[in-house]
Ligand binder design. Structure first.
Ligand code: PLZ
Length: 444
């Protein structure tokens, strides 16, 4: 394994000539519906640096959308996955099992909130995990309705498109969508009409009122929420909202599902973001950061709920692939060894201090939010109107890309610039990336 030097270095324009050549081939061969934020073709990824095919080295503030938290070629992930590859690539756990799958489920039982008996089932993608959480909750409750929230994101399959709030680009033209999905308000403090202080309890009351009046609590199988809403704009539900929703779910025999696919595995400075308000979900969905870049996802939860599906009712050819499980064990090993929860908190304090200083100078930064290494700024035309400013988000992202810093946008209004650096990024690179962001504001 060759370590990528941890320094930003631009030797061509971004994207460089070799990337442009590959992009031309890609446009002929790859379906147009599959986009790329930045058409820079990757050669190597390690620590906080992505090296492209032209020899440019870019600072990574994206982690492949919150996946490579331990870096893109973490030693323990590579070592364990390579050893597993040499032994066997696949048996199908439903045909003949193997230890890695069991070990990952044991780790999930240990790491997820709550000291009740827990079981897990493994899948390939986040969307697949969310779909299976719904299957399990329906089997357990013998009810059908599923409640999700404004600004929520849960995937691109048919059921998860229905669970996802935003039309463009996720749903447009792809209906009809799965039935028995209901959307209710979320506590979006920055945009709550009566102010952030009142938002938590007021939004919870509205959500609960809609559930009881429009669906009937006794018809609801599951309430699914991201403890920090990711694609929707890194919205942290205002204080008090999540506990009120959890209590309502508990009181009414509804399965409370925390979708921690983006926020989980040290990303927010906790193993899981719901720990910050002491929430113990009935089921928790994980993916992304779990396996250091290998495709793996899980549903973990109360043993009696997880066992509600009949034998043979859950599965899939590749779910819990042995190489992906080895990657997960390597990723978890790295998280523990390097105390990446503490690292995420350090990243938060550096980022928030720097971004707050920028906010003093640039009033289009309406809000700074997020936790750990899941930080975002919401851009507005001016702080009084709070009119979303997606043009600024796009222009800033473009300017950062040109200077060799990979940043992503998100948000229902497309006006949020989000930062998801690998948790192993060095503090120098972190600050250098923030310098580039600051310079982009200055030229805007
Ligand atoms: N739940 C909370 O964040 C994936 C999607 C990017 P999959 N988020 C990134 C895109 O445009 O497709 C996500 C998530 C939460 C579910 C998912 C879905 O996970 O592994 O992409 O299926």
């Amino acid at each position: 394994m060759t370590a990528v030097p941890q320094e930003r270095k631009l030797v061509t324009a971004i994207p460089g000539p070799k990337s442009q050549e590959l992009q031309a081939r890609r446009l002929d061969a790859v379906a147009g519906g599959v986009g790329s934020v930045l058409p820079v073709f990757t050669k190597r990824l390690d620590g906080g640096i992505l090296e492209d095919v032209d020899g440019n080295r870019l600072i990574d503030f994206g982690s492949g959308i919150a996946v490579t938290s331990v870096g893109g070629s973490a030693e323990a992930v590579v070592r364990r996955a390579t050893a597993q590859l040499a032994d066997f690539t696949h048996t199908c756990f439903m045909v003949t099992p193997y230890e890695g799958y069991v070990e990952v489920c044991e780790a999930l039982a240990e790491l997820t909130p709550g000291d009740h008996a827990k079981k897990s089932a493994l899948f390939n993608s986040g969307a697949e995990a969310v779909e299976n959480a719904v299957k399990i909750a329906r089997a357990h409750t013998k009810r059908q309705a599923v409640v999700v929230f404004d600004h929520g994101y849960h995937g691109r399959t048919n059921l998860t498109m229905a669970l996802t709030a935003k039309n463009m680009p996720y749903k447009h033209g792809f209906g009809p969508f799965a039935p028995e999905v209901y959307r209710v308000p979320v506590a979006y403090g920055y945009r709550w009409p009566t102010g952030a202080e009142n938002c938590g309890p007021e939004a919870a009351a509205q959500a609960i009122d809609q559930i009881t009046k429009q669906i009937g609590a006794e018809n609801v199988a599951a309430i699914i929420i991201e403890p920090v809403l990711g694609e929707g704009g890194f919205i942290e539900p205002a204080k008090g909202f999540l506990p009120a929703i959890v209590k309502f779910a508990n009181d009414n025999g509804i399965v409370f599902v925390a979708d921690e696919i983006q926020s989980g595995f040290c990303r927010t400075g906790q193993w899981f973001a719901c720990e910050d308000e002491g929430i113990v979900p009935d089921l928790i969905t994980t993916a992304k950061g779990i396996a250091g870049g290998l495709p793996l996802a899980a549903v973990t939860g109360r043993a009696e709920i997880m066992d509600a599906a009949h034998a043979g009712g859950l599965g899939g050819t590749y779910g819990g692939n042995p190489v992906a499980c080895a990657g997960a064990l390597g990723s978890i090993e790295t998280m523990k060894e390097l105390d990446l929860n503490a690292k995420a908190k350090e990243i938060e304090s550096v980022m928030k201090a720097r971004l707050s200083a920028m906010q003093e100078k640039y009033e289009i930064i309406g809000d700074i939010r997020g936790r750990g290494a899941m930080i975002a700024i919401e851009l507005v035309k001016d702080p009084a109107s709070k009119t979303p400013n997606p043009e600024a988000a796009a222009a800033l992202a473009k300017a950062c890309h040109a200077e060799g810093v990979i940043v992503l946008t998100c948000g229902t209004y497309g006006n949020v610039l989000r930062f998801l650096p690998p948790l192993v990024i060095g503090e120098d690179l972190l600050n250098e990336g923030l310098d580039v962001i600051e310079a982009a504001f200055a030229t805007l």
